[in-house]
Design a binder for this molecule. Structure first.
Ligand code: HEC
Length: 101
């Protein structure tokens, strides 16, 4: 009985981490599908026609979770034609946050 409780505890404490990982990888796919046309890859420099890499964006001052969440809520110029579902935005947010680590 004790072992079962212990096991249940271990499983329960792993679940939030697993959920995060799943959201992060879903967010990565959304970004690969919709968000790479204008943003350069990590390590590349932004140009006149290309927006900065996400890895650089998240390092800017004030790009905390709340900022990024709000940013994703509104459409950003020139990507006015892109519409993500709320769930996708939430996943992209987790992915962006994961880049900070
Ligand atoms: C049509 C081109 C284009 C596409 C597609 C695009 N972006 Fe951008 N994005 C830009 C431009 C231009 C900027 C502004 C550049 C800057 O902040 O230096 C920007 C800036 C950003 C920023 C930084 C905001 C800030 O204030 O620091 C984030 C975050 C971002 N984009 C996320 C995304 C996500 C997520 C997607 C996919 C849903 C996406 N972008 C798709 C062009 C695009």
């Amino acid at each position: 009985m004790r072992n079962i409780l212990g096991l249940a505890f271990v499983l329960a404490s792993c679940l939030p981490a697993l959920a995060d990982e799943a959201a992060i990888s879903r967010g990565a796919s959304v970004v690969d599908e919709w968000c790479r046309d204008c943003h350069v890859q990590a390590g590349e420099t932004a140009t006149e026609n290309m927006a900065p890499a996400y890895e650089d964006i998240v390092k800017r001052d004030g790009r905390d979770r709340a900022y990024l969440k709000k940013y994703l809520k509104d459409d950003h110029f020139p990507m006015t034609t892109f519409r993500l579902y709320d769930k996708e935005k939430a996943d992209v947010l987790e992915w962006l946050e994961s880049l900070k680590k």
